[in-house]
Design a protein around this ligand. Structure first.
Ligand code: KG4
Ligand code: ZN
Length: 337
């Protein structure tokens, strides 16, 4: 089956065409709204919705052209139905439902985090993903450890009580005066930082459990920055110490989750999984304990249409697709709800 995937939950319009029988990606296209929102220092929901409307049609035409297919060759349309910005989700869902209606094919609502998870199943993995596994979903909206027993069977083991890790990166970057998008810019600055000068406490690591809390870190960063000489080197050193605290915390919790479940595979997904410091630390952990740690290809760590096409294909084949004709989008919904 040929599945068209549509991602519009936030500030990226992602389209992809996926052949679910051959498990092959035929084409994908991504338009990032970074420039549109940079001026405001963060995503403006109304502008995001309007821009998705502008980009959906040309990007659909582009992926069909690249895949050498016609619209009528599409057998199903998968779209992100939750969680995300309500208006942005509505744009993608309405477009998907309209396409499905005129082509008389199913449309499949996909949970954005299930999409991120499915990106790890994309080809060229050294080791193949196999159930059961622990998933670390680490993005701008979520930080969660999930026991994935089979496709669609999720049990949340722990999650952030306040800010998501990506959100902490973004807010801390803003505090240090770095441009939007904060996370990647802070990570870039951290590569010039030195280890010795600043240290931030690893939140919630001194007590048992798998929950996270990242909101206190930004206050610690603000205090450190204000009491420093505020040189460029101080800024880089603080960025390094912040990233180190996040990475260390995440590693501690991942280790605990692996021991608790006794699973052998850890799958990392979501925007922050693009962070090189985190990837290195997780690889070190995997070697030490002989666990498999699997990342999606770098390109598909952040939001994209491919992950939605793959998750939609899995849902369709597993008979778990919601193919009702209602436009169902929800700004918030837990993966294991
Ligand atoms: O998954 P994603 O594209 O969107 C959400 O579903 O939230 O993740 C975006 C988040 C942002 O908070 C961004 O700052 C963060 O991922 N991010 C990073 C890096 N690349 C993206 N954070 C740290 N280091 C990176 N290299
Ligand atoms: Zn995402």
């Amino acid at each position: 089956m040929i599945v068209l995937g549509i991602e519009t939950s936030c500030d990226e319009t992602g389209l992809a065409v996926y052949d679910s029988d051959k498990q092959t990606l035929l084409a994908d296209a991504l338009y990032s709204q970074i420039e549109l929102h940079a001026h405001y220092g963060g995503v403006v929901p109304e502008l995001a919705s309007r821009d998705h409307i502008k980009k959906l049609r040309p990007l659909t035409e582009q992926v069909l052209r690249d895949a050498r297919l016609k619209l009528r060759d599409i057998n199903a349309v998968a779209y992100t139905s939750t969680p995300g910005l309500f208006g942005a989700l509505m744009v993608g869902a309405s477009y998907a439902k309209a396409l499905a209606y005129i082509l008389d094919i199913p449309s499949i609502g996909v949970h954005h985090l299930e999409g991120h998870l499915m990106a790890a199943f994309l080809g060229n993995q050294v080791r193949q993903v196999a159930y059961p596994f622990v998933a670390l979903l680490i993005s701008g909206g979520h930080t969660q450890l999930v026991a994935v027993k089979a496709f669609g069977q999720y049990e949340t083991l722990g999650e952030s009580m306040d800010d998501a890790a990506g959100e902490a990166f973004d807010k801390t970057a803003k505090l240090l005066g770095l441009p939007y998008p904060g996370g990647p810019n802070l990570a870039k600055l951290a590569t010039r930082g030195r280890a010795a000068k600043f240290f931030f406490t690893r939140p919630m690591c001194d007590r048992p459990g798998l929950d996270f809390s990242f909101s206190g870190l930004k206050t610690a960063v603000m205090n450190a920055w204000q009491s420093s000489e505020q040189t460029e080197q101080d800024k880089a050193d603080i960025a390094y110490a912040f990233e180190d605290a996040v990475v260390d915390t995440v590693i501690t919790k991942c280790q605990r989750a692996m021991v608790q479940t006794n699973f052998q595979q850890l799958v990392i997904a979501g925007g922050v999984s693009a962070n090189q410091h985190l990837r290195l630390a997780l690889n070190r952990m995997s070697e030490k304990h002989d666990w498999d740690v699997i990342f999606p290809p770098l390109k598909y760590c952040t939001d994209n249409g491919v992950m939605i096409a793959i998750a939609g294909s899995h849902r369709l084949h597993a008979g778990k697709a919601d193919i009702s004709n209602h436009i169902l989008v929800e700004a918030r919904r837990k993966l294991d709800a």
